[in-house]
Write a protein that binds this ligand. Sequence first.
Ligand SMILES: NC(=O)C1=CN([C@@H]2O[C@H](COP(=O)(O)OP(=O)(O)OC[C@H]3O[C@@H](n4cnc5c(N)ncnc54)[C@H](OP(=O)(O)O)[C@@H]3O)[C@@H](O)[C@H]2O)C=CC1
Ligand SMILES: O=C(O)CCC(=O)C(=O)O
Ligand SMILES: [Mg+2]
Length: 409
Amino acid sequence: MAYQRISVPVEGEKITVQNNTLVVPDTPIIPFIEGDGTGPDIWRASQYVFDQAVARAYHGRRKIVWMEVYAGEKANQLYGTYLPDETVEAIQEYYVAIKGPLTTPVGEGFKSLNVTLRQVLDLYACIRPVKYYQGTPCPVKNPEKVDMIIFRENTEDVYSGLEWAMDTAEARDIIAYIESRTGKKIRPDSGIGIKPMSRFGSERIMRKALEYAIANHRKSITIVHKGNIMKYTEGAFKNWCYELARREFGDKIILESELTGPTDRIVIKDRIADNMFQQALLRPDEYDILVTMNLNGDYLSDAVAAQVGGLGMAPGGNIGDFYAVFEATHGTAPKYAGLDKVNPGSVILSGKMMLEYLGWIEAAQLIEQGLQKTIASGVVTYDLARQMPGSREVKTSEFTKAIVENMEG
Ligand SMILES: NC(=O)C1=CN([C@@H]2O[C@H](COP(=O)(O)OP(=O)(O)OC[C@H]3O[C@@H](n4cnc5c(N)ncnc54)[C@H](OP(=O)(O)O)[C@@H]3O)[C@@H](O)[C@H]2O)C=CC1
Ligand SMILES: O=C(O)CCC(=O)C(=O)O
Ligand SMILES: [Mg+2]
């Protein structure tokens, strides 16, 4: 496809889908979005780590060919819009992409570009693994007990963008409609938001989690919901997830209520969301995969990441049936922009997830090993250094050089 501002590299090949399988050439062209705020600092450092890991793992036989695509401030400068159509089209054409964080204005302005990308590309599963890396300073006593993977439904819930400001015609009409149908009064000076949750959306995130759990020999899936209060959205989510598990994976699962002893089946349980937050802190080793809705998953992923060292170490991937966009859990951390200061660990680990998605396991392992060894040696960025007496605080770029030096390829 011819693009207006995207330079398509002359070398490299496209990832394709054939017979329902992702086919990855040895020189895949991978679109990246640098991101706003600290995005450029982090991206520069992470790209260096990815290239070095691939070079060391495959000695020239494989190479990622990067292709910059634009969103956020940089896109606005180039195109006069924050999310150009050709950015979405390029990700569709090349299938797998990685991005830095993008700014979203609060209380006004355009809809989140991050959420928009997930919705237009139908990246319905936001997968955020949270595990402890030896030596990382943590606020809890036994961080090694944390090994959870959050599967967050990524397209529905209050993120659907159905929201109207106080005093708009839409808000007034909805208030009037609700009063006429239910007799319940909503204060006229209210903003109104809608929370749709479908059976389709609930089933496909649960299916994705179950497929992952089976392929990766995980122990349990906990459905996290606030179904006692939001019965027909969050409560229905819980019911639909259980139904799907029984219907499609009946011989692979067992319900927590049916357990009588040890099992090699995947245990399916559920927890009400507020309880889940305290359980994650106090009894993390009882939880493995968490499946939940968009907003719960957003809150949970930052909170659980804090237990193993904070947002600087929290990776993620937004994955649909084939399209995938990998990105950190954290945002643009704007106060640190341009300082070469923040922890690139989350984007680096998101890249590790991307390499696993491509099937490039050896390069992914080198990244994990280099990062782990660097932290264990006490060479860390500011966020870890401030909790780690005796450590040596280094800049983003120095941290990544140390990671590469610690790769044993
Ligand atoms: N997917 C995305 O692109 C996301 C975008 N955003 C957007 O980012 C903007 C800022 O959001 P905000 O709520 O401040 O959240 P951020 O995640 O950007 O930052 C919150 C705090 O987390 C810590 N932190 C974040 N990233 C890092 C890192 N790489 N290394 C070390 N510490 C880090 C910092 O803590 P400390 O101050 O303690 O040093 C920082 O002040 C908003 O516009 C928001 O909408 C938010 C989340 C995801
Ligand atoms: O889109 C945003 O600005 C915030 C997104 C977010 O918090 C997340 O993906 O976890
Ligand atoms: Mg978030």
